[in-house]
Design a protein around this ligand. Structure first.
Ligand SMILES: [Zn+2]
Ligand SMILES: [Zn+2]
Length: 124
């Protein structure tokens, strides 16, 4: 039971930087709604490896300057065992808020965001 939705807790999205924003954690409600829908669809716990990043931490780890992580609108989600990033991304495509947002496929995780300025897709 999370404090943001049934399965997600605010602490999971906190900035992971050490000396920056004291682990602040603004999160866009659409991100949580879409992640919970994904979680319900997959029926497995989803681990958030990166949620909010303040600008300082984002710069420190070489994130893109206008990353949606800095707006609390993006999350990197690790693939549960036996689930490929392609499959996780395909499930996300079926969720309106991610479909119209950003989906990036990485070797062992997917980046998902709820941007409102046009969809974006990439693979690394
Ligand atoms: Zn920070
Ligand atoms: Zn990301």
């Amino acid at each position: 039971m999370g404090d943001l939705s049934r399965n997600f807790d605010r602490s999971e999205f906190a900035c992971k930087g050490k000396d920056c924003c004291d682990h602040s954690v603004p999160v866009h409600p659409d991100l949580i709604e879409a992640l919970q829908t994904l979680r319900d669809g997959i029926g497995r716990p989803l681990s958030i490896t990166s949620g909010f990043r303040c600008r300082r931490h984002n710069a420190a780890i070489g994130g893109e300057e206008d990353s949606f992580h800095t707006l609390g609108m993006a999350a990197d989600v690790a693939c549960p065992d036996g689930i490929s990033p392609e499959y996780l991304a395909a499930l996300a495509e079926g969720i309106d808020l991610f479909h119209s947002g950003g989906i990036g496929v990485y070797p062992s995780w997917v980046h998902l965001d709820v941007r409102k300025n046009g969809k974006a897709r990439w693979r690394k």
